[in-house]
Design a protein around this ligand. Structure first.
Ligand SMILES: C[S@@+](CC[C@H](N)C(=O)[O-])C[C@H]1O[C@@H](n2cnc3c(N)ncnc32)[C@H](O)[C@@H]1O
Length: 322
């Protein structure tokens, strides 16, 4: 059996018997005015962060969500798109599609504004999406891509890139890990399917996105996720896993490389009113400006003693210019 088949088995089981502890998100289940999340959707929250951000969702976006789980985030996306077929949900596991279909009926009963027809559920594989080229404004996946091995991850990201409109965005949440993991952990199909042993360091995760062509990357959140300890897992050392929320935007790739925003800012505190770096950035005196890592390194390379460059906060929330 391949690890992809094991993954299907794990999520078939999780669809038939909801497992509250399967994934572990520290995010509160957020609700908005008029938005109620049915209990069963909360119990089937198998994500590790949130991919729903109001600022991505202006102008009735066409949304694609891959790996539907219990349907909670598709309901949250529908809150913003509110149109027939406005959210396409794709999953490879029949039982998960069936469970989410049932959960949308429950959501209909609890939310006046919601209709099940707002979500168009399709059977399909992340590596071969049943979706047209350049047709999606916002694509999302939560806690699925970390399961994929390198070649499959590349295909899955290429598929998301293919279906997005120019300047469309791929919004994701996945576990990441900065420590090396041994081969026993890496090759344990069940641990991989459970989102515990496939995660990459943030740098490699970002590279997988930019290699496919996404010109802008935003790291929006980074938080503790899990511990793999020697008593319970095949490891000699304690392994700390985090989860991140990331947006990859289908902007053209800049000639000097991608803009990766990790939450750095520059503050000019020199004698003039502002500093113009002659590279598109005006730094007003004593006003932080969000910058990508490439600009941070260019500004540092100027060797000036009147620019402060902050560390990455991994909490980028817009406002950067590049
Ligand atoms: C960890 S769960 C996450 C579910 C949901 N995103 C959430 O946050 O609750 C992974 C989901 O991906 C689905 N899945 C697994 N392999 C897949 C594949 N190759 N293509 C599409 N969906 C897949 C599973 O059925 C399951 O719904």
């Amino acid at each position: 059996m391949s690890y992809l088949e094991t993954t299907i088995d794990v999520y078939k089981e999780a669809a038939l018997t909801p497992d509250v502890g399967l994934c572990c998100t520290t995010n509160p289940i957020w609700e908005l005015p008029g938005l109620k999340i049915p209990k069963i959707m909360q119990e089937m929250n198998y994500g590790c962060g949130s991919t729903v951000h109001a600022r991505d969702l202006t102008n009735n976006p066409k949304v694609l969500y891959v790996g539907v789980g219990g349907g909670m985030e598709l309901l949250q996306f529908s809150y913003f798109s509110r149109q027939k077929g406005g959210v396409i949900g794709v999953d490879v596991v029949d039982e998960m599609l069936e469970a989410s279909r049932k959960n949308f009926k429950e959501a209909e009963a609890q939310n006046d504004w919601f209709k099940s027809e707002f979500v168009d559920l399709k059977k399909g594989d992340a590596m071969n999406l049943p979706v047209e080229d350049n047709s999606i404004d916002v694509a999302a996946q939560n806690c699925l891509f970390n399961i994929f091995k390198e070649e499959d991850l590349k295909k899955a990201i290429e598929e998301m890139y293919r279906v997005l409109k120019p300047h469309g965005r791929l919004v994701m949440s996945d576990p990441t890990c900065e420590q090396p993991m041994n081969e026993t952990l890496r090759n344990d199909e069940r641990l991989r399917a459970l989102c515990l042993s496939g995660s990459l360091p943030i740098k490699d995760y970002v590279k997988a996105l930019t290699d496919v062509g996404f010109g802008t990357i935003e790291i929006r959140a980074r938080k503790p996720y899990r511990i793999l300890d020697p008593k319970n897992y095949p490891t000699d050392e304690l392994i700390y896993i985090e989860s991140i929320e990331v947006a990859a935007i289908k902007d053209p790739m800049p000639a000097d490389g991608p803009c990766v925003f990790t939450g750095k800012a520059a503050i000019y505190f020199g004698e003039e009113e502002y500093l113009d770096d002659q590279n598109g950035h005006i730094l007003l005196k004593n006003q932080p400006i969000a910058i990508c890592d490439k600009t941070a390194s260019n500004l540092a390379g100027l060797g000036r003693d009147d620019i402060y460059i902050s560390e990455s906060t991994f909490h980028y929330d817009g406002g950067g210019c590049c």
